[in-house]
Design a binder for this molecule. Structure first.
Ligand code: HSE
Length: 426
């Protein structure tokens, strides 16, 4: 039987989960995949952690050189995270001709061009299913499941922490701050939650997934990003009145104006399949020209779900003689001539605080009309104080620039100001 030796770099939550899956399922993979996968080395600063997992002392390496010169190691699994030592170690492994499997979205997003060049130069594989959406096999689906299609659109809830926070705020009536604290207590959010709540994590993943879906490099710098820290109970209450729930959506589209890639809080119509994705669950909704709509749903994080994605890459690498690389020219920047559309088309929700006087609403609608914005729904709530009214509007699809123009014109009126703008998906 074919024997494949592994090294695991980093034995945190995901590294530990990966080790557990590999050891528990070793015989199962021998039977079903015809390959014997053994862990030959681990690299972990905390030796006690490695020993507690039952890893024999002699398999704990002291440095990366020991790992990459070990002839029994064929595949190196990197689960350290970040772009410091992880980048250095992955390059060392690839340069030594070892195939690399990584869960590191920041590394893949920012440096996959550099890693892929090294991999190709040394006939090594480079696989990263676990970098996006944890246990959900989105990368394999894009590469090997829907590759017959031109993918026209991809919409996803690809960050579990923010989905947990927004679900708590929506179902439990909690404030953003208290839902974030709960997410931190449960270990979803980090002590510094910026990467999740400000949309960086989702932007890394969207850059990777869009590059694969649209067969061209989509650099991080092209992804528009807005997080959820500004979401309030007022947004959620208005959304409910209008039949929407709020989600941090990552959207990638191939349009006639170019590729658009954006991450932002979005009102999603309650009957849309993505509206049913709650708590820390993730989902990706893909539309292809032949297959139509496909949705994948599952756990986007956690020791075993992410370990499952890592081990599926390990098995793929162990059972395929040929390495599989990107379907596009993988350079740091987008290829010349590839266009990125910034003037998106979307429906919008606007919340406007206005003086409750005759003619004010007419002024607002006149501004919207002169920017070619047509209205789908209008709600007005009159406050007892200071003759103020809150006007809530949902527009039909329009351009982002039209909304920006209209918002600045409304804000220039003395009688009205726009308090909130959210994009809407029906
Ligand atoms: N922090 C990520 C999330 C998990 O909350 O979805 C790892 O990508």
């Amino acid at each position: 039987m074919k024997k494949v030796g592994l090294a695991i770099l980093g034995l945190g939550v995901v590294g530990g989960g990966t080790y557990h899956i590999l050891t528990e399922h070793r015989e199962f993979y021998q039977k079903t995949q015809g390959v014997d996968i053994s862990v030959e080395n681990v690299l972990e600063i905390n030796r006690e952690r490695a020993l507690a997992l039952g890893i024999p002392e002699e398999k704990i390496a002291s440095n990366i050189a020991e790992v990459v010169t070990n002839p029994d190691v064929n595949i190196v699994v990197e689960v350290i995270g970040g772009v410091g030592v992880a980048r250095e170690f992955v390059l060392a492994a690839l340069n030594a001709g070892k195939t690399v499997v990584t869960s590191n979205k920041e590394l893949v997003c920012k440096y996959s061009h550099e890693l892929e060049h090294a991999a190709k130069a040394h006939n090594a594989g480079l696989y990263f299913e676990a970098s996006c959406v944890g246990g959900v096999p989105i990368i394999r689906t894009l590469l090997d499941g829907v590759q017959a299609n031109h993918i026209t659109s991809m919409m996803g809830i690809i960050n579990g922490t923010t989905n947990y926070i927004l679900t708590k705020m929506s179902n439990g009536g909690e404030s953003y701050e208290s839902a974030l604290k709960e997410a931190q207590r449960l270990g979803y959010a980090e002590a510094d939650p910026t990467s999740d709540v400000e949309g960086y994590d989702a932007a890394y993943k969207l850059s990777i997934l869009s590059s694969l879906a649209f067969h061209t490099k989509v650099p991080l710098s092209e992804v528009s990003r807005e997080g959820i820290s500004s979401v309030t109970q007022e947004d959620i209450a208005d959304g409910k009145k209008l039949g929407y729930c709020i989600k941090l959506l990552a959207i990638g589209k191939q349009t006639k104006d170019g590729i658009e890639v954006r991450v932002h809080p979005t009102f999603v119509k309650a009957d849309h399949p993505l509206a049913a994705v709650n708590d820390s669950f993730n989902a990706v909704y893909i539309t292809g020209d032949s297959v139509d709509d496909v949705m994948l749903y599952g756990r986007g994080a956690g020791a075993l779900p992410t370990g499952s994605a890592i081990v599926s890459d390990v098995i793929f690498a162990a059972t395929h003689a040929e390495n599989k690389y990107s379907t596009f020219k993988n350079e740091e920047k987008a290829e010349k001539g590839v266009k990125f559309a910034k003037d998106y088309r979307s429906a919008y929700y606007l919340r406007i605080s206005a003086t409750d006087k005759t003619g004010v609403f007419a002024k607002i609608t006149s501004i919207l009309g002169s920017n070619n914005i047509s209205l789908d729904e209008v709600l007005q709530k009159v406050s007892d104080e200071n003759d103020r009214a809150t006007i809530t509007l949902v527009t039909h699809e329009t351009h982002e620039t039209a909304i920006h123009n209209a918002v600045s014109k409304i804000n220039a009126l003395e009688v009205a100001s726009v308090e909130r703008v959210l994009r809407v998906v029906s």
